[in-house]
Design a protein around this ligand. Structure first.
Ligand code: AMP
Length: 430
């Protein structure tokens, strides 16, 4: 199987060659042909599978067949849940369209809208966007979606988790009814299936890995440990193993900051990435982590979603997520593109239920180890520490947010973000 045999045009093949890709990844091999045929596609794939090229390459192929127009309306819209993912997808679109006459840009909240507005006013074929800023700029009359031929909904499951259902519905109303739709999601809950049903027409279904399955090349291990000894244990593991690039997950922003400070005191370079950090700080932390100047990146689930960190050798769950699916997303950050990786979870007594739920979801028992000096506390309760935080939080976030979604278009991006943050804070402080 080669990219050429998939039927992609020469300028795209040239860009692919420049990227150094030799063969299409499984999701690319499966998704590219039906997209080229103009069909709607429902794809089960998480970050790390090459899904971005899976939709971007055929999308660019289709658009480049027809670029003669002088006035350039937006013909393809790619909607993503987070700023980081939007920026990453845009970077990919830029690279793959290097040898094509295609213009693209990216818009997201949290930054000044002026440069984005300027870019849009010059005319773009492909727009990558997060929902809040997209709706805001549409309300201001800065952009129109009434010529969109291809709509891509990326990481649909996370969109719903973040309470974007209302926004997605609003965006759909702004586009022509007749268009091609591609939807990507790592997991397939009932809500996702319902959304797919409302967006897609007769979709071709493609799958990269069986749904909700932890990638087999990832070695998973649990350290049972007393809650108060977790920091000591994580520092020991990283120092003794001399690990150079470790992604650490925390459930809360506060926890991420605290852990980050302790790492730094222990002489380990670390940075935190979460929703309260400015876009600049997030970009800087990620760049430092990628270039090796930052050894440990401490992240919350929402912030880490969609980060493209190739060949990550170590992921540590400092705390288990209270939503089991997030575990699969987290460990999917390692063992990418066929490389082996290790995912370690530090589990205290109060996380016993979470562990059991995760093992149920991935349908396997994770190997347990206890390290001398870092034993679990035999007297600690196995009750979750915050009983208010349960698996229903995604749903509650949705319903909260649908109220804010009802507000009029005059709502600024900042207000909407504040609402969202408040909802998130209420639920999980992540
Ligand atoms: P994604 O799942 O789209 O975030 O892609 C994950 C990583 O795989 C990115 O760093 C891509 O550049 C890389 N990638 C995508 N397609 C291929 C391919 N066919 N061969 C090798 N690497 C790829």
């Amino acid at each position: 199987m080669s990219f050429k045999s998939l039927g992609l045009s020469e300028p795209l093949l040239k860009a692919i060659q420049k990227k150094g890709y030799e063969t299409p990844s499984p999701i690319q091999a499966k998704a590219i042909p039906p997209v080229l045929e103009g069909k709607d596609v429902l794809a089960s794939a998480q970050t790390g599978t090459g899904k971005t090229a899976g939709f971007t390459l055929p999308l660019l192929h289709l658009l480049s067949d027809n670029t003669a127009q002088r006035h350039r309306p937006i013909r393809a819209l790619i909607l993503t849940p987070t700023r980081e993912l939007a920026a990453q997808v845009f970077a990919n679109v830029k690279e793959y369209s290097e040898f094509l006459n295609i213009r693209s840009t990216v818009i997201f909240g949290g930054v000044n809208q002026k440069p984005q507005v300027n870019k849009l006013s010059q005319g773009v074929d492909v727009l990558v966007a997060t929902p809040g800023r997209l709706i805001d700029l549409e309300n201001q009359g800065v952009l129109s979606l009434n010529k969109v031929d291809i709509f891509v909904l990326d990481e649909a499951d996370r969109m719903l988790d973040m309470g974007f259902l209302r926004d997605i519905e609003r965006v759909m109303k702004l586009m022509p009814a007749k268009r091609q739709n591609l939807m990507f999601s790592a997991t397939f809950s009932k809500d996702i299936k319902k959304l797919a049903y409302s967006i897609l027409n007769n979709p071709v279904q493609v799958e990269a890995t069986p749904e909700n399955t932890a990638v087999e090349v990832i070695e998973q291990k649990v350290y049972r440990v007393a809650k108060g000894k977790k920091t000591g244990l994580i520092i020991k593991l990283i120092s003794d193993g001399n690990w150079k690039q470790v992604l650490v997950f925390n459930r809360t922003k506060h926890g991420a900051n605290k852990l980050c400070k302790k790492m730094i005191s222990a002489g380990i370079t670390a940075a935190a990435i979460h929703g309260n950090k400015s876009q600049g700080a997030r970009t800087k932390a990620l760049a430092g982590f990628k270039n090796g100047s930052v050894r440990v990146l401490v992240a919350t689930d929402i912030a880490a979603r969609g980060l493209d960190i190739p060949l990550l050798p170590h992921v540590i769950n400092f705390e288990l997520p209270n939503i089991s699916e997030d575990y699969v997303h987290r460990i999917g950050r390692t063992g990418r593109a066929g490389a082996s990786g290790e995912a370690i979870s530090l589990v205290s007594a109060d996380e016993t239920t979470y562990l059991r739920d995760i093992e149920k979801l991935i349908d396997m028992k994770i190997e347990v180890e206890i390290l001398e000096g870092f034993e679990p506390d035999p007297n600690a309760s196995t009750q979750p520490i915050k009983p208010g935080q349960n698996r229903n939080q995604g749903r509650r976030r949705n319903s909260n947010n649908s109220n804010s979604g009802k507000s009029k278009g005059s709502n600024s991006d900042r207000n909407k973000n504040r609402n969202r943050n408040r909802n998130r804070n209420n639920d999980s402080k992540r």
